[in-house]
Design a protein around this ligand. Structure first.
Ligand code: ASP
Length: 326
C-alpha cells in the first residue's frame, strides 16, 4: 500500500479570448467535465500523467474547443492538430504536430512519451507511429464541423477586405513595440483561442502537463504554434513547476514562455505571481495575449490571462471551481 505524500491538484484551461456570452456555458461545462475525469484519476491514486491525459482527452472530444474534433481549419480547409504531454517526475515528454488523422492527439503524445526514444513526431510520421501502437486513423473530414467551415469563410472575407485577423505575419518586420501592441490588440477582437490544457500534481508529488490545439484559424498548412513545443505552450519538471498556455502562439514561442514561467517558480516566485508576470512580459515585450496555468510541486497554483476571458477550472481535495474570468 502506497502512502500518499501529497494532496492532488488538477488545473485545466479551455482557451483565453473574448469568449462571447452565448459560448460561456459550454466552455464552463467543458472544463468541468475535464476536471471530473482527471480528478477521478488522481483521487484513486493514479498518476498526474494519466490525469492530464484523461482531462485533455475530454476537451479534445468536446467540439466547443479548438482541439480534436471542432478545431479551427487551415487555410485549405483541413484540421491539423498539435499536442504535447510531459511527465515532470520522469522528465519524459511526447509531442505530435500537424496530425490530420487522429481523434485524440494527446493520446498519440502519450504513446511517444512512453514508447519512443524520441520526443517529437510530425505529420504522417506521427500518424504512422500512433497507428503502429494501436491508434485508429480516421478521415480528416470527421474532425471538421460546418461551424468551422463558416468561420473560415468569414476569416477569408476579412482577409480579402484587408482586415486580416492573422496578424502573425507582418509583425515580424515591425520593430516598434507600440505598433505591435496596437496591431495585436486590434487582431484579438477577431481571434479566438480555444486551445486546451491541463496540469496535475499526484499523491506521489509528481507533476505533469499537457496541451492540445488545432492552432489558429486560417493558418497556413504546416504551421506549428507554441502549444506542442516543449517549454513554449507546455512544460513540467518536479524541480520547478508544470505549465500550460494558450493564446497567440508566435509571441509565446519567441519568449519560450512556459519555461520562463516555471524557472521563476524554481527561483522562488509564487506560481500566482509568476503567472501574472508571464502575462505582463508577453504583452510588454511582444504585444502578445493569452492565458496561463501554473502548478508548483507544493500544490500552489496560479492562473492568469490578459484577454477578456479564460475558461479555467481547479480541483483540489476540498473543492472544484470553474470560471471564465479572474
Ligand atoms: N496557442 C495556440 C496556437 O498558437 C492557439 C490557442 O491557444 O488557441 O497554436
Amino acid at each position: 500500500m502506497r502512502t500518499a505524500t501529497h494532496k492532488p491538484v488538477l488545473v485545466v484551461h479551455g482557451g483565453a479570448w473574448a469568449i462571447p456570452d452565448e459560448a460561456a456555458a459550454d466552455h464552463e461545462s467543458g472544463v468541468r467535465k475535464a476536471l471530473d475525469a482527471g480528478y477521478a484519476v488522481l483521487s484513486r491514486g493514479g498518476t498526474s500523467v494519466d490525469a492530464v491525459e484523461a482531462a485533455v482527452t475530454i476537451m479534445e472530444d468536446d467540439p466547443t474547443f479548438d482541439a480534436g474534433r471542432g478545431s479551427f481549419l487551415t487555410s485549405d480547409g483541413r484540421v491539423q492538430l498539435d499536442a504535447l504531454l510531459m511527465d515532470g517526475g520522469r522528465m519524459k515528454a511526447g509531442g505530435v504536430a500537424c496530425v490530420e488523422r487522429l481523434r485524440n492527439p494527446i493520446q498519440a503524445a502519450r504513446l511517444v512519451l512512453e514508447k519512443s526514444p524520441h520526443v517529437y513526431f510530425v505529420g504522417t510520421g506521427a500518424e504512422q507511429f500512433a497507428h503502429a501502437h494501436g491508434m485508429t486513423l480516421i478521415e480528416n473530414s470527421e474532425l471538421v464541423l460546418d461551424r468551422e467551415r463558416e468561420r473560415l469563410t468569414q476569416a477569408k472575407q476579412r482577409e480579402a477586405a484587408g482586415l486580416a485577423d492573422d496578424t502573425f505575419s507582418g509583425l515580424e518586420d515591425d520593430k516598434s513595440p507600440e505598433t505591435a501592441v496596437a496591431r495585436a490588440s486590434e487582431a484579438e477582437d477577431f481571434q479566438s483561442h480555444d486551445t486546451v490544457g491541463a496540469i496535475a500534481l499526484d499523491i506521489d508529488g509528481n507533476l505533469a502537463a499537457g496541451t492540445s490545439t488545432g492552432g489558429t484559424l486560417n493558418k497556413t498548412p504546416g504551421r506549428v504554434g507554441d502549444s506542442s513545443l516543449i517549454g513554449c505552450g507546455c512544460y513540467a519538471d518536479n524541480l520547478s513547476a508544470a505549465v500550460s498556455l494558450t493564446g497567440w502562439g508566435e509571441p509565446i514561442m519567441k519568449l519560450v514562455l512556459g519555461k520562463w514561467a516555471v524557472d521563476r517558480v524554481a527561483a522562488g516566485t509564487a506560481p500566482e505571481l509568476a503567472t501574472r508576470e508571464a502575462m505582463s512580459y508577453l504583452y510588454s515585450r511582444l504585444g502578445g495575449r493569452g492565458g496561463i496555468i501554473l502548478l508548483g510541486p507544493d500544490g500552489r497554483f496560479g492562473i492568469a490571462h490578459n484577454t477578456p476571458a479564460m475558461a479555467w477550472g481547479v480541483a483540489t481535495e476540498n473543492s472544484i471551481q470553474t470560471g471564465l474570468r479572474l
